[in-house]
Ligand binder design. Structure first.
Ligand SMILES: *Cc1c(COP(=O)(O)O)cnc(C)c1O
Length: 367
């Protein structure tokens, strides 16, 4: 089975991890800060705080933003549940904005109507690596005095108007899970240009403890242990060096898909907006006929193509249905999640594999 996503680890990565394992520092050593500096530099942000997962990074970003009980945050239903689960974890309420049927990101023209007195932030998710319309989102946020916290877990390496995702909003969150742009096993980070948020994030990551002027440990806030280890940071540093190469490889896969699926009229291929460079975390096609979706999925799985589903609408999950979202159906989102299929897309895939996947799609439709 060709999986939909897979990590890319080479001998150099392995050497770097072994070196870290043999050093004095398994955790809280120098490599974490080195990784954070390299990541911030790559993305054009002032600060990065590396943590134990993307979910932990979202939790800390929402806490650092001061989100609390009763606050509302406008976001997309087309995301991994962690985006909104962590809002619920801090007591805030996710407000789902319908999506666009070209990029599958939330529709920026529908955000303003959802703003209430309780709205505190907008949380864009760059679905599949295709950047959201950040200029319009920033304009709305400024006008209504809202924070912008990006769940950029799909978008490390993506650009918006020639600027890397990661340094463009109040905070941006990344994940280093094995299927993402680069991996540390588990891992994540929050990037920001704001010193106040940075200081908060550092405290929250490690029990709310810091050193006072005499060098004694004092606890001044309620924190967690969301630290990443030094051997993970070593892997992150080594992976980061290859990120641009990974991005080129993903773009090549997309060119092959376009070439071999160009004439298949029963599906819609994903697009890239003119002022954006997608990181192509996911390659999602849609069937024009809803009835084809389950059948094409089955057909591909039977033939060894590990297709996936990104995502069922978050509001349709049983937990959300039981916690205030019953009856919610956003029209474009409903169309999207009943027609989407995620095809394999990751750096190590070669042209014969893409040809094989496309041949199977065409065979399904020719029957
Ligand atoms: C992967 C992902 C997360 C969670 O990241 P983890 O590192 O797995 O905790 C959150 N949001 C989105 C959009 C993701 O794709």
């Amino acid at each position: 089975m060709i999986p939909y996503g897979h990590q890319n680890i080479d001998q150099e990565d392995i050497r770097e991890v072994i070196t870290a394992l043999k050093s004095d520092w398994l955790t809280q050593g120098p490599r974490v800060l080195q990784f954070e500096k390299a990541l911030a530099k790559y993305c054009g942000a002032k600060y990065a705080v590396a943590v134990s997962s993307g979910t932990a990074a979202l939790h800390l970003a929402y806490l650092a933003a001061g989100l609390k009980e009763g606050d509302e945050v406008i976001t997309t239903p087309n995301t991994f549940v962690a985006t909104t689960n962590m809002l619920l974890a801090v007591g805030a309420k996710p407000v789902f904005c319908d999506i666009r049927l070209d990029t599958y990101n939330f529709d920026e023209t529908k955000i303003e109507k959802l703003i209430t007195k309780r709205t505190k932030a907008i949380a864009p998710v760059h679905f599949g690596g295709q950047p959201c319309a950040l200029a319009e989102i920033q304009r709305i946020a400024k006008k209504h005095k809202l924070l912008v916290i990006e769940d950029a877990c799909h978008a490390l390496g993506a650009s918006y108007k020639n600027k890397k995702i990661g340094g463009l909003s109040d905070m941006s969150v990344f994940s280093f899970h094995p299927v993402k742009s680069i991996t540390t096993g588990e891992g994540g980070a929050v990037l920001t240009n704001n010193k106040k948020f940075y200081d908060q994030l550092i405290l929250l990551r490690s029990h709310g403890i810091h050193k006072d002027e005499n060098g004694a440990n004092v606890m001044t806030g309620l924190g967690y242990n969301y630290r990443i280890t030094d051997f993970q940071a070593a892997l992150g540093l080594s992976q980061l060096k290859k990120l641009d190469k990974f991005m080129k490889q993903r773009r090549q896969i997309v060119r092959w898909y376009r070439r071999y699926l160009r004439d298949e009229k029963s599906i819609i291929l994903p697009l890239e907006l003119a002022d954006c460079l997608s990181s192509w975390h996911l390659y999602v096609i849609r069937t024009k006929n809803k009835a084809d979706r389950p059948l094409l999925r089955q057909y591909l799985l039977k033939h060894g193509v590990g297709v996936n589903f990104h995502y069922p609408a978050v509001y349709s999950q049983p937990y959300y249905q039981n916690h205030g979202y019953r009856g919610l159906k956003l029209p474009a989102e409903e169309v999207y999640h009943s027609s989407c299929i995620t095809l394999p897309c990751f750096p190590r895939l070669k042209e014969p594999e893409i040809k094989f996947i496309c041949k199977n799609i065409k065979e399904y439709f020719s029957k």
